[in-house]
Every structure is written in C-alpha cells, then in structure tokens.
Design a protein around this ligand. Structure first.
Ligand code: MN
Length: 199
C-alpha cells in the first residue's frame, strides 16, 4: 500500500492573511506531493514497503538518504497541515497546558523557546514541540529530519512543528522568517496538538 498525499481539511485560501493561498497550493501539491511520490519510489521492492511511516522513521539510520529526505518530508507535512487551523486558534488547556507550564514555566515561556528554535535553525529545517515520556521539549532538526528518526539528536513524539524551509513562506514574507513564525502562531490548532499529547 503506497503512501498517499492527504487532502487538507480546509481550502488553500483559508489560512490567509497569515499564509497565502498560492504558497499553500504549491507547498501541498508540489512539495508534499513530490516527497510522497519519491518516498514510494524509494521504497518500491524493498522490505520496508508496507511498513508504517513511524516504523520507517525509527529505522532511518539503516535506510537510503532518499527515504530519510522524502519519508521525513512526507511525515512532517502531514503533521504540519493538521496542526494548522483557519481563523486563529484556541489556547492550550487541560493536561497539555499543565505540561507546558511544568516544562517551560508558562505558555509564553514555551512560545519563546519555540520561536527561538525556529529562528535559529540555519537554512532549511523544522522546529518542534515533542513529547518524551511525560516531558515536553523544544528542538529543531535540519532538512526533513524529525524527532521520530533514530538519528535525531533529541528524540520523542512531535506534537507541534513548524516548517522553516523558505518554500513555506518566501512568496509572502521573502526573507522575513520572524514574521512568518509570528503569523504561524495565530494558526495553531491547539485541539489537534492536545489530541497528539499523551497526558
Ligand atoms: Mn515544506
């Protein structure tokens, strides 16, 4: 069973003005589309065909670089579309809010750490909020790596992630990554982040 490009739960224009429709369409159809088909090609005829994406991430050190790049790209963008929501977002609450307070002092403390990770990632990559046992941690990874990979410096289950590749923001923000990161904050789907958190 080959991996499939997921449909979005909202229109390409739904995240405007924070993320523009053209960026969304190219990002989804071209970038995520290419990661998906290139992943399928890289796995074809290998023992890894039919494994889950999580199993593939956990064994990535033994797989070709094409699987690392495209499998990471496939997984990361699936998460990215799901943790975004049109029309602003609710605040974290319940067990997730408690865990953010425990780990970062406050939601503001978490935001500061997350934004710093997103802005200090040199070149292309991602910043993450990840869960490691009962702890929440912020990290960042280069390229299409993620915290599920056995090669990751900081391992865990990502529950929130921001794509800081220029293709995620350049049409609207050009070189202004900080403006994109601030805009992203308005779009976080905290219900989905909470669903991914195992309290
Ligand atoms: Mn991307």
């Amino acid at each position: 069973m080959a991996f499939e490009l997921p449909k979005l739960n909202y229109d390409y224009a739904a995240l405007e003005p924070h993320i523009d429709a053209r960026t969304m369409e190219i990002h989804h159809t071209k970038h995520h589309g290419a990661y998906t088909s290139n992943l399928n090609t890289a796995l074809q005829g290998t023992a890894w065909e039919g494994k889950t994406i999580e199993e593939i991430m956990a064994g990535i050190s033994g797989l070709p670089v094409a699987v690392r790049n495209n499998g990471g790209g496939y997984y990361n963008h699936n998460l990215y579309w799901e943790i975004l929501a049109p029309g602003g977002s609710k605040e974290p609450k319940g067990a997730l809010l408690d865990a953010l307070n425990d780990s970062f002092g406050s939601v503001a403390g978490f935001k500061e750490a997350f934004v710093k990770a997103a802005l200090t990632r040199f070149g292309s990559g991602w910043a993450w909020l990840l869960q490691n046992d009962n702890k929440l941690v912020v990290s960042s990874t280069p390229n299409q790596d993620n915290p599920l990979m056995d090669v990751a410096e900081v391992k865990g289950t990502p529950i929130l992630g921001i794509d800081v590749w220029e293709h995620a923001y350049y049409l609207n923000y050009q070189n202004r990554r900080p403006d994109y990161v601030e805009a992203f904050w308005n779009l976080i789907n905290w219900d989905e982040v909470t669903r991914r958190f195992k309290g």
